[in-house]
Design a protein around this ligand. Structure first.
Ligand SMILES: *[C@@H]1O[C@H](CO)[C@@H](O)[C@H](O)[C@H]1NC(C)=O
Ligand SMILES: *[C@@H]1O[C@H](CO)[C@@H](O)[C@H](O)[C@H]1NC(C)=O
Length: 419
């Protein structure tokens, strides 16, 4: 060891500096489990670098099957510690079923404790990933845990993804999955009066849209770090949180997931981020009152610096005319549930809304919860103040986060209380 040359010492120091630089990402002071969070952010950035490199050298197309496979392997490895998904479970029977019309794949997790029952409640889960990425595979750890800890049958839906399958396909696939289970409920031993739906991020959007369609046929909706609107990108959570996770989950360029979903092409991405995609006329319309933060944003969730500000928005700028494909889809409540009027929101199922304090889309969930409450819907809103957008997926493995465990715990309790 004494013979270690100055070159190796330099090398080790250099590697140390590079690793430190790579892992050092700005994080809020009160963020919990900082080192795990740094590793998670670095892992996601590494996927981003690898993806961009493979795209540049012509080996990969964004949102191709290979790209999606790569994302699934990354996410599975980061959320479980293994690159593959285990097919067996001591506590569960796991099998895939398919809808009749479009052969939509669903993974059914049946707790062994429920196998003797004939009428079992069911929880449909719609995974996140911006309508464009992820699958029931990369969400296996979360959905499995939900089934194991709640004793409720969980059905994870592998809806088709955008941009190849824009709206309404992903939403219709979720509806078709529910319809299939309802029509074969005897054979599956499901109680059709006790259906819960839920999802995170884009999956939370799908759960809310499914609830807007099926109303009281659904008993409970779980809206976890959901995305609900593309009307304004100047919410307090956008302003406060864009500096954290800015290369990964809080990257404003994630609006590409919206343009994928609504099939609008990518030429307006920068305009969206700057709120130019809405015309002054639209900014002065009733729709803007649905996302008016002066009205719907409880100041207890807002960071100190913005607390005493008037949150009203400027209305005197933007395109003269809102581009047609936006106007139509941006205002469609089945795409952007925050665009639903009060009437549409009145007879919705009870909602559990969970948001993360350091998520750029935190305010979408908070405002939707407020609007549901205003329309007379029973809601519970839980804001994990020091958490970030996809923290809830880290339920096990070396990067398991305690906030993910708390989230599971919250959902399981709620299922037991209300389903
Ligand atoms: C905030 O600003 C808007 C528009 O400038 C104004 O109409 C409103 O009264 C202001 N709200 C408060 C509480 O000052
Ligand atoms: C963005 O929102 C802040 C309040 O949160 C407001 O002061 C500012 O004028 C808004 N900017 C635009 C361009 O509307």
């Amino acid at each position: 060891m004494l013979a270690m040359s100055w070159k190796s010492v330099m090398f080790i120091v250099l590697i140390g500096l590079v690793v430190n630089w790579y892992l050092d990402t700005p994080l809020p002071d009160d963020m919990q489990e900082k080192w795990k969070v740094r590793l998670i952010d670095a892992g996601m950035r590494t996927y981003g670098h690898l993806q961009r490199f493979l795209v540049v050298v012509g080996l990969l197309d964004p949102f191709s099957p290979l790209d999606r496979w790569l994302v699934d392997v990354f996410v599975t490895t980061m959320t479980t510690g293994r690159p593959w998904v285990q097919r067996v479970d001591k506590a569960l029977v796991i099998r895939d079923i398919f809808t009749t019309t479009n052969k939509i794949q669903m993974r059914m997790y049946e707790p062994k404790t429920s196998l003797h029952q004939n009428k079992r409640p069911v929880f449909f889960y719609f995974h996140g990933g911006g309508f464009s990425l992820m699958s029931i595979e990369s969400y296996d750890a979360l959905t499995r845990k939900l089934a194991r800890e709640s004793g409720v049958v969980v059905i994870s839906v592998n809806y088709r993804l955008s941009p190849q399958n824009p709206y309404p396909t992903p939403l219709n696939d979720c509806l078709e999955a529910i319809d299939h289970v309802v029509s074969t409920s005897q054979e599956l031993r499901i109680d059709t009066d006790r259906i819960a739906v839920g999802g995170d991020s884009a999956g939370g959007n799908l759960a809310a849209s499914v609830s807007l369609r099926l109303k009281k046929k659904i008993r409970l909706q779980f809206l976890l770090v959901p995305v609900f609107q593309m009307f304004t990108y100047n919410t307090t959570s956008m302003i406060s949180n864009r500096k954290y996770f800015s290369k990964t989950v809080n990257n404003l360029f994630q609006v590409v997931f919206w343009t994928n979903y609504i099939g609008c092409g990518n030429e307006y991405i920068l305009d969206m981020i700057e709120n130019k995609h809405t015309s002054p006329k639209l900014k002065n319309s009733e729709y803007s009152t649905y996302v008016d933060q002066e009205r719907w944003m409880n100041r207890k969730y807002i960071e100190e610096k913005l607390k005493n500000k008037n949150l009203s928005q400027r209305t005197d700028f933007g395109f003269k005319e809102t581009p047609f494909c936006f106007e139509e889809r941006m205002l469609d409540p089945y795409i952007c549930p925050l665009m639903a009027n009060k009437q549409m929101l009145t007879d919705l199922p009870r909602a559990y809304v969970m948001t993360a304090g350091y998520d750029i889309i935190r305010d979408d969930g908070i405002m939707y919860a407020e609007r549901l409450k205003d329309a007379g819907v029973s809601i519970d809103l839980v804001n994990h103040k020091t958490s970030f957008h996809n923290a809830l997926t880290f339920v096990e493995g070396p990067l398991a986060l305690s906030v993910a465990k708390q989230t599971i715990h919250g959902i399981v309790n709620y299922l037991h209380l209300h389903l």
